[in-house]
Design a protein around this ligand. Structure first.
Ligand SMILES: [Mg+2]
Length: 389
């Protein structure tokens, strides 16, 4: 990151991702990316019977093999990390299929509704970078400057603000200042306290924030019961990428009328096919989808661009940390033009690995280990007990 990003439960300095090159006996290579580092990478060996020896064209069979773990409600490291493995292997299979067919992944999935994927700015309160040239935003004025900078550089016309970091009154003042400064130029305005508001705080805050035309609030509090009571009380739609992470949790979400939107995450949900299945459930039950962003690199981001462009219930603009990430491991990092990223034109996912960069960041990983975002180096000993506010 160009400067440490603050979120409600800690600080994000960088990202740890596992990159996959899936080789076929015919000499083709498919690329995949997933969440996590050495621990996730070790799970690939355990999962070999699910994909070694299969034809990538049998991707549905491979996906079904990984689904064996969906029959258990166990949420162990093994079952969670196997979902991350499934996501990367499936992604790499689609990349290979596209290369075999000379088609883009989005075309294999029925064709893109749009060649451009629209993004909004993703704003953060930040600590200063080590050289003190970036970051340091800690209040309304600085966040307005950050938004202005992202609009100028990337052409965004909306924003999400990571909240739950500072006292709610300061964050409310930030939203107010953004609206007063930029008015209707901000077409979408989201907030995301990542579950650290109490139900009462969330009700109080969202009642007041409603006048600033909030598209949705992500994870205002930490469970479905609380969100259900908030949603019954405030005129702001609610979304989650924390409280609903598998199909079993969708039914209680609907019965409790707790949420309007799920942010799909191909890694948490175990692959693109699972996201497409969730899209069918969303169409059936009348909720919408957005994409969850968590410091992906270019391979994973591109897979999600193909997903966004081919999935009508993914109707909310994309938000991403990518604008703050200083580098990538693909040869042509994603670029925004007027707030949108164009789908790649090459077959498969349409991206290639920059092997020097991959090697460079692999060495960095061996030196530094996993990026852990649940700590705050400025507040040693601070542990984010929920609710914080
Ligand atoms: Mg979120």
């Amino acid at each position: 990151m160009e400067a440490p990003l603050r979120w409600s439960m800690g600080v994000e300095h960088g990202t740890t991702r596992t990159i996959v090159e899936l080789h076929t006996d015919a000499g083709l290579v498919g690329l995949g990316e997933t969440y996590g580092g050495a621990s996730t990478a070790a799970r690939f060996r355990s999962a070999e019977p699910f994909f070694i020896g299969y034809d990538p064209l049998e991707v549905s069979r491979i996906v079904k093999n990984f689904e064996v773990f969906r029959t258990t409600s166990e949420q162990s490291a093994l079952t969670i990390e196997l979902r991350y493995v499934a996501a990367a292997i499936e992604m790499a299979c689609w990349d290979i299929i596209g290369k075999i067919q000379n088609k883009r992944v989005c075309d294999l999935w029925g064709g893109a509704d749009s060649e451009l994927v629209p993004f909004i700015a993703y704003l953060f309160y930040r600590y200063e970078s080590l050289n003190k040239k970036k970051g340091g935003e800690n209040g309304p004025e600085a966040i307005c400057d950050q938004y202005e900078d992202h609009v100028r550089r990337f052409g965004f016309t909306g924003l999400k603000l990571k909240t739950g970091v500072l006292h709610p009154a300061i964050e409310r003042a930030t939203i107010k200042r953004l609206r007063e400064t930029f008015g209707s130029q901000i077409e979408q305005l989201r907030v995301d306290p990542n579950q650290v508001w109490s139900t009462a705080t969330a009700i109080n805050e969202l009642k007041r924030l409603a006048e600033y035309d909030i598209e949705y609030c992500e994870d205002p509090t930490y469970n479905l019961e609380g969100m259900s009571r908030i949603r019954a009380t405030v005129p702001v739609p609610l979304a989650t990428n924390m409280a609903v992470l598998n199909f079993d949790q969708v039914a209680p979400m609907l019965r409790m009328r707790a949420l309007d939107t799920i942010l799909v995450d191909p890694y948490f949900w175990g692959g693109i096919t699972q996201c497409k299945k969730l899209a069918a459930v969303a169409e059936t039950f009348g909720f919408s989808l957005a994409i969850h962003s968590d410091r992906e690199l270019g391979i994973g981001m591109t897979a999600s661009l193909h997903l966004w462009a081919t999935t009508p219930s993914l109707c909310h603009k994309y938000d991403s940390h990518y604008a703050f990430q200083e580098d990538d491991i693909i040869t042509k990092p994603l670029q925004w033009h007027k707030g949108s990223v164009a789908l790649p034109t090459g077959p498969g996912l349409g991206v290639e690995i920059d092997s020097e960069k991959l090697e460079k960041y692999h060495r960095l990983y061996l030196e530094k280990g996993d990026e852990i975002e649940f700590f705050d180096f400025k507040r040693p000993g601070w542990i984010p007990h929920v609710p914080i506010w």
